[in-house]
Design a protein around this ligand. Structure first.
Ligand code: GLU
Length: 290
């Protein structure tokens, strides 16, 4: 019998597809650079492809100048991708604001399944109902103000588009997965996160929905991103399951902090790649700090 041996080493996977998914809401900083560098290395070790996607759905914060700077900074650092907004590819477009029909289709499926319901609460309403200031940037656990008693609600038949939509989570269930960097991770639904937004009243999908739709459509097999998104990964696993999409595996990089232990953020100009470069930093010098 003829035994066909694969032409690649065991570590290689010809189907590996990773992605860089920055949001052009500011200049990229050292933390992004490190996460993206790890993403590139993991794709290289697996002999796979790396794609660039521009997550530009936040209309109020995304700017064209940041998109251009993003590509320039990534290239300066030494990152290379084989598909992306600037080079095209089989899954184009690679810019989220040009992919609305994909998000609409997923939204319609969730609606048809009765998995989502309309919600009139603003973020302020949610925080007020919780009666406590919310620490951190993450979506607070929704107190259920608009959640219908059973199944989904039918209100959408009477409303126009200007309403938020939330995904009804299965309270009490444990969502667990094995992270490539951090090992096993588990969160309890309803305690660690609650019903989350999938569609906003401004007519745009939430990050959770857009991310799942695109990672699945683009055939991403491993998502490398910051550990601040661990809870989002649990939310997204629920969306993959409900939409019957194949979930990738995940690798969450520990977050970079400054000398005072504070997480790096886009608003801190000092650690932006631009500022570091202007101050004489080289790509090799920065990579040595990762
Ligand atoms: N655009 C998102 C961000 O910059 C992507 C997060 C992700 O990798 O899923 O936070």
């Amino acid at each position: 019998m003829l035994l066909l041996l694969p032409m690649f080493s065991l570590a290689e996977s010809p189907t590996y597809r990773g992605r860089l998914a920055p949001s052009p809401t500011g200049y990229l900083h050292l933390g992004h650079a490190r996460t993206f560098w790890i993403a590139q290395e993991r794709a290289a070790v697996a002999g796979g492809a790396l794609i660039l996607r521009s997550d530009d759905l936040d209309r109020t914060r995304c700017r064209a100048e940041f998109s251009a700077a993003m590509v320039e900074d990534l290239r300066w650092l030494g990152l290379r991708w084989s598909e992306g907004p600037d080079v095209g590819g089989p899954h184009a477009p690679y810019t989220q604001s040009e992919r609305m029909p994909h998000y609409r289709a997923a939204f319609e499926k969730l609606r048809a399944l009765g998995a989502i319901y309309t919600c009139h609460c603003s973020r302020q309403d949610v925080l007020r109902a919780l009666g406590a200031p919310h620490a951190g940037d993450d979506e607070p656990v929704y107190p259920g103000t608009c959640r219908p008693a059973g199944g989904a609600n039918d209100e959408w038949r009477m409303t126009n588009d200007e309403v938020n939509w939330r995904f009804r989570v299965p309270d009490g269930e444990t969502i667990s997965f094995t992270d490539g960097a951090l090992g096993s991770h588990a969160e309890i639904v309803g305690r660690d996160f609650g019903d989350f937004l999938v569609w906003r009243k401004d007519g745009l999908p939430s990050y959770q929905l857009a991310c799942v739709v695109d990672d699945a459509a683009m055939g991403i097999t491993e998502v490398v991103r910051g550990a601040d998104l661990l809870t989002s990964t649990c939310r997204q696993l629920l969306l993959y399951r409900t939409l019957e999409l194949v979930a990738p595996v995940f690798y969450h990089c520990p977050l970079m902090t400054d000398v005072d232990g504070v997480r790096l953020a886009k608003r801190d100009a000092a650690t932006s790649l631009r500022a570091l470069r202007a101050a004489g930093a080289t790509p090799d010098g920065l990579r040595a700090r990762f």
